[in-house]
Ligand binder design. Structure first.
Ligand SMILES: NC(=O)c1ncn([C@@H]2O[C@H](COP(=O)(O)O)[C@@H](O)[C@H]2O)c1NC=O
Length: 528
């Protein structure tokens, strides 16, 4: 690919004329020939720049209120022709097409018109066609052509010309092209989102690449409109699941089912049955068992109160016995990688219960993006696919965990990754026995989980709180010994946490004094 390439001819067509005069003058000073559309040409001439009208190059007047100005083979041929391709060069010569080495375009201010609530016809006239077409042509041919869409790139561009004696590097042209495509994408997103609002009902397609799975009756609350889109990745989960029965899923059902299925997918079927029960996107019971039914029962026994109206996810197909067990209380959704005919038969009597089956489990290590919208922007990050292999776990206390304790610690750690922060998870014999979620204080999470475990023990007629002799996980480090001590007071005998606090020494000393075994993971699992 050509690296340095000269800039001899530029086409400038900008709605926002900020910095135009100086930029035009600087280009002329470097011997660059300027072509321009109507208003831009006027502004450049007013700044003393010599400029040729695009209409003189196309031999067509700008027409239809500016809808057609630069949409011409003389322009797009000059942008798209490969300079080192003999056929392309021959076509240029045959049709009198001159190469254009730089395009400077900023688009009709559609977004500004939207912000000021312009009327429909005005919005339509603010949809730029010729500008994006030139941006895309120039960006495609970035091997030779430069595309500037942002005023702040004028200075960068001039420095590059200065540094390379009127030439630009491939690296710069590639970076400008990437920016350019992001610009047209954002522009079209704005247009299509506005149009979605005009159309009214849920658009079948949205510009973030989603495809409508279903329109929802409402969102998180009845006054919020909502719809559900698949991202086209085909990942096993609620977006691609098959619904066999029950009412239409609600927004909250979908959100909770996703949380349930993503967590249960952490448990490989070859390691035995696992069950997750979710309420309000947090697990209120997670367990493994020798059968699917046992896994469900153990998960249910963690917090029977919260499990009412919950979402159940299984890592193995739903069987008849488990189906019967689940129908013992009101459950909103069951999701599993399959269901036997007999299980479906059991559910058939429960008209409100939704049964979803998936094509296997999701891969918890598969990379992806987590996107969150907030006021005025988007927060984008990698999905939390973090995993700490057993050999990287570090015992930091005098007491070493037994192999049973280590198994429970690792189980608790896996669950904690899926609990809203601050997360504290107590586990005994492959089942959660207390989950503290979403508290602003880690100590409170430890206390709440222990309190719930106490209440469950009473309900089950057990003499001691369920947390007695448990393993406990904390999604982030204990900044002080107090949270750890609450867990010890609840009966925990071993702890897993990331470590890394300024006061790790104090926390380790407290653990040693209490006779706890403590393991550091070196990785945090915040979830907000
Ligand atoms: N139709 C066309 O061929 C066309 N070519 C360029 N434009 C836009 O016209 C604007 C500049 O117009 P002017 O130079 O007349 O101020 C730019 O925002 C540019 O993106 C066009 N306008 C809209 O599509």
């Amino acid at each position: 690919m050509t690296n340095l390439y000269p800039v001899r001819r530029a086409l400038i067509s900008v709605s926002d004329k900020t910095g135009l005069a100086e930029f035009g003058q600087a280009l002329i000073a470097r011997g660059v020939e300027l072509l321009s559309t109507g208003g831009t040409a006027n502004a450049l001439r007013a700044a003393g720049c010599e400029v040729k009208d695009v209409s003189d190059v196309t031999n067509f007047p700008e027409m239809m209120d500016g809808r057609v100005k630069t949409l011409h083979p003389v322009v797009h041929g000059g942008l798209l022709a490969l300079r080192d391709n003999d056929d392309h060069v021959a076509s240029m010569n045959e049709h009198g097409i001159g190469a254009i080495d730089l395009v400077v375009v900023n688009l009709y201010p559609f977004e500004k018109a939207l912000a000021r609530g312009a009327a429909y016809d005005e919005m339509i006239e603010n949809i730029d066609i010729g500008g994006p077409a030139m941006i895309r042509s120039a960006a495609k041919n970035h091997g030779f052509v430069n595309i500037i869409v942002d005023v702040e790139d004028y200075a960068v561009f001039l420095s590059e010309l200065e540094a390379n004696d009127g030439y630009t590097t491939y690296a710069l042209r590639q970076r400008l092209a990437q920016t350019a495509y992001a610009r047209t994408a954002a522009y079209d997103t704005a247009v299509s989102t506005w149009m979605a609002g005009q159309v009214g009902d849920a658009p079948r397609r949205r510009s973030f690449g989603g495809q409508l799975v279903q329109e929802l009756r409402y969102g998180e609350n009845p006054h919020q409109a909502a719809s559900f889109y698949a991202d086209g990745s085909g990942r096993a989960g609620v977006a691609t699941a098959q619904q066999h029965q029950g009412k239409e899923l609600s927004y909250n059902n979908i959100n909770d089912t996703d949380a349930a299925f993503e967590l249960v997918s952490e448990f490989a079927p070859k390691d035995g049955p696992a069950c997750v029960i979710i309420k309000h996107a947090n697990p209120c019971g997670v367990a493994t068992g020798s059968t699917v039914k046992e896994a469900y029962q153990k998960a249910f026994d963690c917090d029977r109160t919260s499990a009412f109206g919950g979402i159940v996810a299984l890592n193995q197909p739903l069987d008849e016995e488990t189906a019967k067990e689940i129908t013992g209380i009101f459950t909103e959704v069951v999701i599993a990688p399959g269901a036997s005919d007999a299980a479906k038969e059991v559910f058939a009597a429960k008209k409100n219960l939704r049964l979803l089956t998936t094509d296997g489990l999701a891969d918890p290590r598969a990379a992806g993006l987590a996107v969150k919208q907030l006021s005025g922007g988007w927060l984008v990050q990698d999905k939390d696919t973090g995993f700490v292999p057993a050999e990287e776990l570090r015992v930091v206390t005098k007491v070493q965990p037994t192999s049973e304790q280590m198994a429970d610690l690792r189980f608790a750690w896996t669950v904690a990754k899926h609990v809203k922060s601050n997360a504290i998870v107590y586990v005994k014999n492959g089942a959660t026995v207390g989950v503290g979620a979403g508290q602003m204080s880690r100590v409170d999470s430890a206390l709440i989980a222990a309190k719930k475990a106490e209440r469950m023990a009473e309900a089950l007629g057990l003499p001691a709180p369920l947390t007695q002799g448990s393993a406990v996980a904390s999604d982030a480090f204990f900044p002080f010994p107090d949270g750890l001590m609450e867990a010890a007071a609840a009966g925990a005998t071993c702890v897993i946490q990331p470590g890394g606090s300024m006061r790790d020494d104090e926390v380790i000393a407290a653990a040693d004094e209490a006779g706890l075994a403590m393991v550091f993971t070196g990785m945090r699992h915040f979830r907000h």
